[in-house]
Design a protein around this ligand. Structure first.
Ligand SMILES: Nc1ncnc2c1ncn2[C@@H]1O[C@H](COP(=O)(O)OP(=O)(O)OP(=O)(O)O)[C@@H](O)[C@H]1O
Ligand SMILES: [Mg+2]
Length: 535
């Protein structure tokens, strides 16, 4: 296996060069590892081996233990039992961060990029550029080295840019570049596509393939099973902390993969864009957006008008930058329109006053749950009921009735299949998908008259997704007016009408389910002639 050792920069092959046969040394291994948090057995005797030049998929339902395994493989936590090996060697001491960084790199579910620093500074974060012991940072050398890493792996990114201005995709590149520049040949991607738009996902896949072909071993975590089939060679399935299936991707059908994830009771799978059959007459107009224009770096809006009636779910579909999520931001008062009006139940929305908007009866599931979605240090129950405190704090003393609070929280937790030890478990220690369910539950709990959701099922596993969409669908049928901004076509099955946005404008409207996937994609990509669905 000459020339294949997963070593430092010296023996790095040209990315994409498959002429040298890629070796199969393990770059990262878990050997019978177990990890427990209080009463939660997050991992039970799990063994898994990621080989160089391979992409290894890791799947499982929300809370199955995937991210926990990542924390063990990256040295953020120690297994209770079992061994971690990196590049065939026993794992370094937990305290020796630089030793870990030199062997394994991870793009976490949550971004670790430091916004006020530049790209180059982020790539060389916490590392000397003047040799091991010098405390002095050589800015010019750092920029040069960062630039070289970008060039070598074909990443197109200006190293002097401030990281705070980067898109999610660019932040991932920074994190991957940071890892590769240290020489790590084991890369972990924990749900990297969850907040990427379609074209960015394609580009990420190209990068992953190039890294793999260059001898890097990749552990790839995703809830999008089609991605596993597209880029992975091997796949492992975790269920309730146990490894229940492992094999070559080409030997395992999607049906068997889902069966392994779900266990004995396979759920009815949400068939894509199998839309609700419900058609008007809908109730009164709850949300009215007229001639809205917004200037925004993340997607401007140009003269958009729309309305949502009680019992209706309007899907707003568009690529990142199309302005679809900016409309949602404007409706909840997060951004100030340059022109136009927004009214909820006939009352105009005050820009910049999100709290006032929520008091008008608007529920909101934001795009970025980490920034605006929940209070991580509070418990599941408290988070679920933060929005209904007014209603349950009705006794004379103004004291919150814990019984009532728990009842409401319990109900939401059950409806959305939230996996938590108890209602007191801090949301920060829930798995990523379960955190998302808490955010949705919290928006639904006060029974708002208008519900604005942005990518509501991001990071949620296939079975829970259905429960979550059903919950929103029931709210719609009970008379809620729902505005659903999403780039996940499965979300669109709860919609009664779709509006497609391209470059800030409404490009097409579909007013009768089921949605024709091909035509919808064409419209979203801006290929179809703008106009109203003619069927
Ligand atoms: N720090 C912690 N304290 C307590 N419990 C934890 C902690 N971290 C994880 N857990 C629990 O361990 C279990 C596994 O969580 P993990 O984050 O590994 O799931 P996951 O497979 O990554 O799920 P998802 O797809 O939702 O991200 C969950 O029940 C979670 O609540
Ligand atoms: Mg996770």
């Amino acid at each position: 296996m000459q020339g294949n050792s997963p070593g430092g920069p010296a023996d790095r092959r040209l990315p994409g060069d498959r002429s040298v046969e890629v070796g199969t040394e393990p770059v990262g291994e878990a050997d019978n590892v177990s990890k427990t948090f209080g009463e939660t057995r997050a991992l039970i005797d799990v063994s898994l081996s990621v080989l160089s030049g391979q992409c290894h998929g890791l799947v499982g339902r929300n809370g199955a233990g995937k991210s926990t395994l990542v924390t063990l493989l990256t040295g953020l936590a120690r297994p209770d039992r079992g061994v971690i090996r990196l590049g065939g060697q026993p794992a370094p001491n937990l305290a020796d961060r630089s030793a870990w960084l030199a062997r394994v790199a991870c793009v976490y579910q949550k971004s670790m990029v430091v916004p006020p620093l530049t790209v180059a500074e982020n790539v060389f974060l916490n590392r000397p550029t003047n040799g091991e012991r010098s405390a002095i940072v050589s800015w010019s050398r750092m920029r040069k080295q960062a630039h070289e890493v970008m060039l070598e792996w074909g990443f197109d990114l200006d190293v002097d840019q401030e990281a705070g201005r980067l898109t999610v995709e660019q932040r991932q590149i920074v994190e991957i570049a940071r890892a590769l520049s240290i020489g790590a040949r084991f890369l972990i991607l924990d749900e990297p596509t969850a907040s990427l738009e379609k074209a960015a996902v394609e580009r990420l896949f190209e990068r992953v393939k190039r890294l793999r072909d260059g001898g890097v071993g990749i552990l790839y975590i995703s809830h999008h099973l089609e991605e596993i089939y597209e880029i992975c060679d091997q796949v492992s399935v975790l269920r309730d902390g146990e490894l229940v299936l492992h094999g070559r991707v080409k030997d395992i059908s999607q049906e068997n993969l889902v069966a392994a994830m779900v266990g004995s009771a396979p759920p009815r799978r949400a068939t894509e864009i199998e839309a609700v059959q419900k058609r008007g007459p809908f109730g009164e107009r709850r949300l009215h957006v007229s001639n809205l224009s917004v200037h925004s770096r993340s997607g401007s809006v140009d003269d958009v008008s729309l309305e949502v009636r009680a019992g209706e779910c309007l899907g707003l579909v568009g690529l990142e930058g199309s302005g679809s999520s900016t409309v949602a931001d404007a409706v909840v008062g997060l951004v100030k329109p340059a022109a136009g009006t927004i009214a909820v139940n006939g009352k105009s929305v005050p820009p910049g006053k999100v709290n006032a908007v929520l008091h008008l009866g608007v529920g909101y599931v934001p795009q970025d749950r980490h920034a605006r979605g929940f209070a991580p240090q509070l418990g599941v129950g408290e988070n679920l009921t933060l929005t209904v405190l007014d209603r349950i704090a009705r006794n004379v003393l103004g004291v919150v009735s814990f019984q009532e609070r728990d009842r409401i929280a319990q109900e939401q937790a059950k409806k959305l299949q939230i996996v938590a030890r108890s209602l007191d478990q801090p949301v920060s220690s829930l798995s990523g998908g379960n955190q998302q369910k808490v955010v949705v539950g919290r928006a639904l709990a006060p029974d708002p008259s208008v519900l604005v959701v942005v990518n509501p099922t991001v990071g949620v596993d296939v079975a829970s997704k259905e429960a979550l969409l059903d919950a929103v669908g029931q709210a719609r049928d009970a008379g809620m007016a729902v505005l659903c901004v999403s780039d996940d076509f499965e979300d669109l099955r709860i919609c009664t009408r779709l509006v497609v946005m391209v470059r800030g404008r409404i490009a097409a409207e579909f007013d009768r389910p089921p949605w024709d996937r091909q035509r919808l994609i064409a419209a979203v990509e801006g290929l179809e002639h703008a106009g109203v669905d003619q069927r």
